[in-house]
Design a protein around this ligand. Structure first.
Ligand SMILES: Cc1cc2nc3c(=O)[nH]c(=O)nc-3n(C[C@H](O)[C@H](O)[C@H](O)COP(=O)(O)OP(=O)(O)OC[C@H]3O[C@@H](n4cnc5c(N)ncnc54)[C@H](O)[C@@H]3O)c2cc1C
Length: 441
C-alpha cells in the first residue's frame, strides 16, 4: 500500500495545473500523478503536428521531462486507476497496487465517442485524441492514400489537415449541415469549407456513415443515403465525452460531467475535479457546463490544486474559446456564436470575402465572437468579454479597422493598464494577456 497526500488522476493540462499550484503552497506534501498514457505531459492539441512529422514527443512536452523529479512528484505513467474507495480514501491501480490519499483530483479528461456501426472494428479505423492515436495512424499511412474523417468538428478538421499534409486524399463526413458548427456560425463555416475545398478536401454535409466496408481492413464507407466512398482508413471524430467512469454509481454528482463548485470541489469531501471531465462555471452563460478546452483545464487544475493545499481560491469561470489556424485560415471564436433569442441582444458583423467578423453583445456586454480570416482584434474583444467590460460607449467601433486598446474610453484604459492613454500610440495587435496560447506554442 502506497500513501500520498495528494493523488491526481490524469497527467495533462488539469493534472499538471493542480500539481504546480499545490507545490507553490505545499513544498513537502507528497504528490502522486497517475496516467494511463505512458508519456510525460504533452500538449494534446499538438498531436496533429506529430502526425505531420513537425513535432516529436520532445517538442510536444509542455513541461520538461524532469518536471516530476524537480518538483518531487511521483509519476505512475502507463498505469490506470481502476477503482476508488471514497470512504477509505483509496485508489486501486492496474496490477493491484493500492494508494491511500488525503486529497484526490479527478482530471481524467474525455474519451472519444465511437459509434456502434457495422465494420467499426476493422483494421484502419482510428480515433484522434492521443499521441498513440497519431502514432498508430502514422504507422498505417504507408498503405493508405485515401481517408474518410467522420465528424467535421475541431478534432476532425485537425486530423484532416494533418492527413492532407501527409499527401492523403481526405473526405470529411459531417452529419450536420456545416463543418465546425459548434465554434462557427454559418458565414464563418462557409469560409472554412471553401478553404478546405481549395486544399483538395472533399466535404459531405448532412450525412453520416452507416457502415465501414472491407474484408479485414477498411476499403470504404457506405453513407446513410446509400452512397459509397472508397477509403483506406477512417478517422472517427464525432465528439468526446467526459470520462466519468470512476465516479459513476458513487455519491459524487455527475451531470454531463463531474459537477464541481467554484473551488473545483465535488460534492464529496476532499475530492476535486477539473478539465474536460468536469462541468465548471461558464461566465458567459452563467451556469456550470462543459467547456472542454486546454486553458480552462489548466486554470481549473490550478484552482483545484490551491484549494486542495488549503488556500481558498475561486475559479473565475471559463468559456469555450478557440484560436486556431486550419489550412492557413485564422479562426478565433468564443462564447455564444449565435445570439440567444432574448431582448437586449445585439449583433455587430461585417464580411469582406474571406474575412468575417462578428461580435454579440447582451446588455452592452460582449457574450460571443466569431473572427475568421483576420483575427487581429479578437484578443482585445475576448478580453472585454472575459473581464465583463461594459462596451456601451464604444461598441460601434468594436469592428472598426483601427479598433484597439486606444479606442477604449480614458477611464477604462486607466483601469485596465494603470496608465492614462498616451496621446499617440503605436497599437499592439493584441494585449499580451488577452489571448491564451492554447497549443503551448
Ligand atoms: C486533436 C485535438 C486538438 C485540440 N485542439 C485544441 C485547441 O486548439 N485548443 C484548445 O484549447 N483545446 C484543444 N483541444 C482540447 C484539449 O486538448 C483538452 O481540453 C485538454 O487536453 C483537457 O485537459 P484535461 O487535463 O482535462 O484532460 P486530458 O488532456 O484529456 O488528459 C486526461 C488524462 O487522464 C488519463 N486518464 C483518464 N482516466 C484515467 C484513469 N482512470 N487512470 C489513469 N489515467 C487516466 C487520460 O488517458 C489522459 O492522459 C484539442 C483536443 C484534441 C484531441
Amino acid at each position: 500500500m502506497m500513501r500520498t497526500k495528494y493523488l491526481i488522476v490524469g497527467n495533462s493540462a488539469g493534472g499538471i495545473g493542480a500539481a504546480e499550484a499545490i507545490r507553490e503552497v505545499d513544498k513537502a506534501g507528497s504528490i502522486t500523478i497517475v496516467s494511463d498514457e505512458p508519456y510525460p505531459a504533452y500538449s494534446r492539441p499538438l498531436i496533429s503536428k506529430s502526425l505531420t512529422g513537425e513535432r516529436g514527443l520532445e517538442g510536444m512536452l509542455f513541461r520538461p521531462a524532469e518536471f516530476y523529479s524537480q518538483n518531487d512528484i511521483v509519476s505512475l505513467l502507463g498505469k490506470k486507476v481502476k477503482g476508488l474507495g471514497l470512504k477509505s480514501h483509496t485508489a486501486e491501480v492496474d496490477g493491484g497496487d493500492r494508494i491511500t490519499w488525503e486529497k484526490l483530483l479527478l482530471a481524467p479528461g474525455g474519451a472519444p465517442i465511437v459509434p456502434k456501426i457495422e465494420g467499426i472494428g476493422k483494421k484502419g479505423v482510428f480515433t484522434f485524441t492521443t499521441f498513440d492515436d497519431a502514432k498508430a495512424i502514422d504507422g498505417f499511412l504507408a498503405s493508405a492514400s485515401k481517408a474518410v474523417v467522420i465528424g467535421g468538428g475541431l478534432i476532425g478538421i485537425s486530423a484532416t489537415e494533418a492527413l492532407v499534409k501527409r499527401g492523403v486524399e481526405v473526405t470529411v463526413i459531417e452529419m450536420k449541415e456545416r463543418i465546425l458548427n459548434t465554434i462557427l456560425d454559418e458565414p464563418a463555416s462557409l469560409i472554412a469549407e471553401e478553404t478546405l475545398r481549395q486544399s483538395g478536401v472533399s466535404i459531405v454535409t448532412g450525412h453520416t456513415v452507416a457502415e465501414i466496408s472491407g474484408k479485414e481492413r477498411v476499403e470504404g464507407v457506405a453513407l446513410d443515403d446509400g452512397g459509397g466512398i472508397p477509403s483506406d482508413l477512417v478517422v472517427v471524430a464525432i465528439g468526446v465525452v467526459p470520462r466519468t467512469e470512476l465516479v459513476l454509481g458513487t455519491e459524487i454528482k455527475v451531470n454531463r460531467g463531474i459537477a464541481v463548485d467554484r473551488h473545483m470541489a465535488t460534492n464529496y469531501p476532499d475530492v476535486y475535479s477539473c478539465g474536460d471531465a468536469a462541468e465548471a462555471y461558464d461566465f458567459v452563460y452563467g451556469v456550470d457546463r462543459l467547456t472542454p478546452i486546454w486553458p480552462n483545464a489548466y486554470i481549473g487544475g490550478r484552482v483545484a490544486g490551491h484549494n486542495m493545499a488549503g488556500i481558498q481560491t475561486e475559479y473565475p469561470g471559463g468559456t469555450a474559446m478557440n484560436s486556431l489556424n486550419y489550412f492557413g485560415l485564422d479562426i478565433a471564436s468564443a462564447g455564444m456564436i449565435a445570439p440567444p433569442d432574448v431582448d437586449g441582444c445585439e449583433v455587430l458583423s461585417r464580411q469582406n470575402g474571406g474575412i468575417y467578423q462578428k461580435v454579440i453583445l447582451k446588455d452592452d456586454l460582449v457574450v460571443g465572437m466569431v473572427f475568421v480570416g483576420d483575427i487581429e482584434r479578437s484578443g482585445i474583444v475576448f478580453s472585454l468579454m472575459r473581464d465583463r467590460v461594459n462596451a456601451g460607449s464604444f461598441k460601434q467601433s468594436l469592428l472598426a479597422d483601427d479598433f484597439g486598446l486606444v479606442s477604449l474610453p480614458r477611464e477604462l484604459w486607466q483601469e485596465r493598464l494603470g496608465t492614462p492613454p498616451p496621446t499617440s500610440v503605436s497599437q499592439p495587435a493584441m494585449p499580451e494577456e488577452a489571448v491564451e496560447d492554447f497549443a503551448g506554442e
